[in-house]
Design a protein around this ligand. Structure first.
Ligand SMILES: *Cc1c(COP(=O)(O)O)cnc(C)c1O
Length: 394
């Protein structure tokens, strides 16, 4: 049994299959089991135990074994010293922000982010906890430099950004952050560590919603933060043990199982999304398409420098048609499912109408409503045919 495969001497696919797995000592099963217990047996004299510590098997909120196995695998994907896996992507993001920031600190964050990041940084942390925040178009390096203040503690970027697919230069922003004694966190969910590894580009933290590509089957939730142990120990203590965003053993196990095929699936997501983006770009009924793999995309040059081998499975587009026609198009789809989320095996589409309060932060073409489309791992030809027949009926 080739257990304990961690290092970069093994390829990404080999690590996806093996890292974090081992033979079960009790049964000799070649897959580690799900351990649903929430408590572990205490030693003869337990009085010296740190009841709020994460270092030993004590209580599952302090750290469970399925969570630990998954952390080994995610660290290997991210090329990270350490990883904390939590209950959701938002649990990971809020854990990072609450552990790292204190009143009086300043945070710069991307104008295009997952909605919960906007809520956390623009409504909750600044209004309730007096953390200063600046919303910046982080695809513009001069704008990032201009926003830095003496109390800037963190720059948080999302690249590609959900939902416009805007691209920010990780390496250049890491340099700006470090020159100013600030830290850089990157929400890497849309690229996934198969296509982009922020820590290798100089970022201090890489955050993933494991709910998306790494689990990949649309049936579990989880999130991760990868980076240096000195920071992750704080996140473990404050966000996991004291705020309680612990992942359930069952979800950790499901994500572990999904992760074995993550690179294989990601390859298909990349290929399908590029083919679909090219098809849409050449379609007379389509008003615009945004995908970082297209040469027409504003951030394509930067994307090529930091993303490889592909650009992920998410794209956005709109039809040359009115509001109702967009809904009608969706109702005529047969292969593609109308639902939120992304990175599932199935292709997903969501019509993001005109009521997003952040629309003013997006480029002009997004102002009249648009589709966020997550290419699944079906045959690209079937997805394209589905779009074509639905456009004809619209
Ligand atoms: C989905 C998503 C999240 C949130 O993840 P959950 O697992 O749903 O909490 C965070 N960031 C990005 C970019 C996402 O797409």
């Amino acid at each position: 049994m080739s257990a304990r495969i961690y290092g970069k001497e093994f390829g990404f696919h080999t690590r996806a299959v093996h890292t974090g797995n081992d033979v079960d000592i009790d049964t000799k099963a070649i897959k580690r089991p799900i351990t649903m217990a929430n408590s572990y047996e205490l030693p003869y004299d337990p009085t010296d135990i740190n009841w709020s510590g994460a270092g030993q098997n004590l209580y599952t909120r302090n750290g469970g074994v399925n969570q630990q196995y998954l952390q080994e695998k995610i660290s290997s994907f991210e090329n990270a010293e350490d990883t904390v896996v939590l209950a959701s992507g938002v649990g990971a993001l809020s854990g990072l922000f609450f552990s790292l920031l204190k009143s009086g600190d300043h945070v710069i964050f991307s104008s295009v982010t997952y909605i919960a990041v906007y809520r956390l940084l623009n409504e909750l942390l600044n209004n309730k906890y007096k953390i200063e925040t600046s919303i910046v178009d982080t695809s513009d390096l001069e704008a990032v430099k201009a926003a830095v203040k003496p109390n800037t503690r963190l720059i948080h970027i999302e690249t590609p950004g959900n939902p416009t697919l805007s691209i920010s230069d990780i390496k250049a922003i890491a340099e700006i952050a470090h020159k100013n004694n600030a830290l850089l966190s990157v929400d890497n969910t849309l690229a996934s560590p198969y296509n982009q590894r922020p820590l290798e580009l100089g970022a201090d933290f890489s955050v993933e919603s494991l709910t998306k590509y790494i689990n990949g089957h649309g049936d579990a939730m989880g999130g991760s933060i990868s980076g240096k142990k000195e920071y992750l120990d704080i996140i473990r203590k404050e966000a996991q043990i004291n705020l309680g965003a612990t992942i359930s053993p069952f979800n950790a196990w499901l994500i572990m199982r999904g992760a074995a095929t993550f690179p294989l699936r990601m390859k298909q997501h990349n290929e399908n999304a590029l083919k679909i983006a090219q098809f849409l770009e050449n379609h007379p009924s389509v008003s615009f398409v945004s995908y970082p793999g297209l040469e027409s995309h504003r951030g394509h040059k930067t994307a090529v420098l930091q993303m490889s081998p592909g650009f992920g499975g998410l794209l956005s587009f709109a039809l040359k048609a009115d509001h109702d026609a967009h809904n009608k198009f969706v109702s005529n789809l047969r292969v593609i499912t109308s639902a939120v989320s992304l990175g599932h095996d199935t292709s997903l589409i969501a019509y993001l109408g005109k009521n997003d309060e952040r629309q003013y932060l997006y480029p002009e073409e997004f102002h009249n409503g648009f589709f966020r489309f997550s290419a699944g791992i079906e045959d690209a030809e079937d997805i394209i045919e589905d779009i074509e027949q639905a456009i004809k009926k619209t």
